[in-house]
Design a protein around this ligand. Structure first.
Ligand code: FEO
Ligand code: CA
Ligand code: CA
Ligand code: CA
Length: 595
């Protein structure tokens, strides 16, 4: 608790203190309710969830596991299409008596159905304030590991994407590892395929850098999917691996549309994708590759956005991410390297800051990278970016432009290897801490505030951790007046341009949370915790509307020693229930959330 709460920052709540409770603790004056949880009906005809009698057929009609990103597309009249990513499954929390070594075929198929994506119509109930899911026969949709997707853009059909099941290289089944995402101005949802490497095995250790640069491939996967579908064994189906690691676009307005994987946006461990429209109508997509020492990218479309919200206009706009130029970021600090000592101490100019440039990698069929064809840049983007000397970052998570100022914010969640692991890069002005446990938040402004510019200036907005510790920085704000924050992951904005940050893996030994911080004016940098999630959970999603907030509570109860046979959390249903990942709405009893 801060000694004198001061609400003149325009954020209508007092901060929540760090805690380790097994519930969502919100700021005072706010109510909360689960919108939908793992196993709840999405499609008409879905059976009632029964933890002890799960089937793949039921799961394919129910809300999937471990929902991460959440996005709302307005339908009007206080109704929205809510899109949720189901990033991954945690089988030991889904099934009692689960055997890692020998999952049953039905358990594997439940896992396939519990991954992917859900579209659910939600409606705000005027009297209770609750957001209620509707069993809508037209819009509601489940996308799983067996749903057909189409490749789109310059590398669609590439020889690197062809398999024995798909000689065209244009058709692929499923999406998994979908972490964060974004809602486009044209009413579709983008979703990033992140940790796809863990879904593939190789009985012989791979040595091809085109494989190893994307992860350590085990001889058997954790979930043993390869036993029931050989495409997950890269020795049997080598190119299947290349068919994951893309940005996916889903049109929730058209439930019969085939979702698309956009090759023009490159292939890496895509965390998220958020769009800003330039003055000339071209659209710019910002993207991070969430791995230690990996990169920040942007894509600038060739064509211009069309205005209107008819399906015909939407179909035109759905081609915007198919053609354009892909860039990777290089950041340069303005302080002498000798002043970056790895402790997080500010250099003598008082800021971790500098300038940067966007290095073009590929545009249409033209590669800008020596030794790489255009299709190789699209499919093996990490190696292309290595070649041009992009800046190695501390795990780029969500990136989002501020709708009010145009400045762009990136969460760099942590990197405990920096300056610690031999042969890896040490501290630099933009990633200034050795063994960065708590992460930082980067802010940049494109030259002329034009998102298509190739030059920009940057500064660190937050250097996270315990504000009492000298290695932290809160936008220059008084550190005795801010909430501790660790491991920023997802970012979002309210319409006033306040930045909202959710955390994953809080290294300060309290639960993860959701925070809000003004980015301008007298209160810039004043971080306040808005809520905390239950034990073992990660805060994801956040959607910030004027009169409610949505958070995804991912992997609740995943604490050391816990499992379905020994649940150590009973959130959200209490009693002796199993913990269930959920979307939760929080709303103020009176007044707006920010003013
Ligand atoms: Fe799935 Fe990068 O967090
Ligand atoms: Ca500096
Ligand atoms: Ca994330
Ligand atoms: Ca994360």
């Amino acid at each position: 608790r801060h000694n004198r709460p001061d609400r003149r920052d325009g954020l209508n709540f007092d901060p929540v203190a760090p805690n380790t409770e097994d519930r969502i603790v919100t700021a005072e004056g706010y109510d909360q309710a689960v919108v939908i949880r793992w196993g709840d009906a999405v499609l008409p005809g879905a059976p009632k969830f029964d933890f002890d009698k799960q089937t793949a057929a039921a799961q394919a009609k129910q809300f999937g596991f471990n929902n991460d990103f959440c996005g709302l597309v307005p339908l009007g009249h206080n109704r929205w299409l809510m899109g949720s990513n189901h990033e991954y499954t945690s089988e030991t929390f889904m099934f009692k008596g689960y055997s890692d070594a020998n999952p049953t075929e039905e358990q594997v198929k439940i896992g396939w159905a519990a991954h992917g994506f859900s579209v659910v119509v939600v409606q705000k109930d005027f009297w209770s304030g609750k957001l209620v899911p509707k069993l809508d026969r037209y819009y509601n949709r489940r996308i799983t590991v067996t749903t057909q997707f189409a490749f789109d853009g310059p590398a669609a059909g590439s020889k690197y994407l062809q398999t024995s099941a798909d000689k065209t290289g244009r058709k692929v089944f499923g999406t998994f590892g979908n972490c964060a995402g974004g809602v486009t101005p044209w009413g579709t949802i983008l979703s990033g395929e992140e940790n796809f490497d863990g879904y593939f095995c190789s009985p012989t250790t791979p040595t091809d850098p085109r494989v190893t640069r994307y992860g350590k491939i085990a001889t058997a996967t954790a979930r043993k999917w390869e036993r029931f579908d050989k495409r997950f064994d890269i020795t049997q189906e080598p190119n299947e691996f290349n068919r994951f690691g893309w940005i996916v676009e889903i049109d929730p307005n058209d439930p019969n549309s085939t979702p698309v994987k956009h090759t023009a946006l490159g292939r890496f461990k895509h965390e998220a994708c958020n769009i800003r429209v330039a003055c000339d109508g071209r659209v710019v997509a910002y993207m991070g590759d969430d791995e230690r020492f990996d990169y920040i990218y942007k894509f600038v479309s060739k064509n211009r956005i069309k205005h209107g919200d008819s399906q015909r206009v939407r179909e035109e706009n759905k081609k915007l991410l198919s053609e354009g130029t892909l860039y990777v970021a290089r950041f340069t600090g303005d302080s002498p390297a000798s002043e970056i000592d790895g402790t997080g101490k500010l250099p003598s100019d008082g800021e971790f800051d500098g300038t940067g440039e966007w290095i073009p990698l590929v545009s249409g069929n033209k590669s800008f990278v020596d030794g790489f064809t255009a299709e190789e840049v699209y499919v093996f983007t990490r190696q292309a970016a290595d070649k041009v000397g992009a800046t190695k970052m501390d795990r780029p998570e969500d990136i989002e432009p501020n709708p009010k100022t145009g400045r762009v914010y990136a969460a760099l969640t942590n990197n405990t290897d920096r300056g610690v692991v031999a042969g890896k890069e040490g501290p630099t002005e933009i990633n200034p801490r050795i063994g960065n446990k708590h992460g930082h938040v980067l802010e940049w402004e494109e030259r002329g505030n034009d998102p298509t510019a190739t030059k920009f200036s940057w500064k660190l907005f937050l250097v996270c951790g315990d504000p009492a510790s000298p290695d932290t920085y809160f936008g220059g704000y008084d550190k005795t007046q801010v909430s501790p924050i660790s491991c920023p992951d997802n970012v979002a904005f309210d319409k006033r341009g306040n930045l909202w940050i959710s955390s994953d893996g809080n290294a300060l030994k309290s639960n993860d949370g959701l925070f809000a911080v003004p980015t301008e004016g007298k209160y810039r940098g004043r971080v306040k915790q808005f809520l905390t999630v239950p034990k073992g959970a990660e805060t994801c999603g956040p959607v910030i509307e004027d009169d409610f907030v949505l958070v995804s509570v991912q992997h609740p109860g995943e604490i050391t020693g816990a499992s379905a046979d020994n649940p150590l959390s009973h959130w959200p249903d209490g009693g002796t229930s199993q913990p269930r990942p959920s979307v939760v709405a929080i709303w103020p009893r009176r007044g707006p959330i920010c003013d």
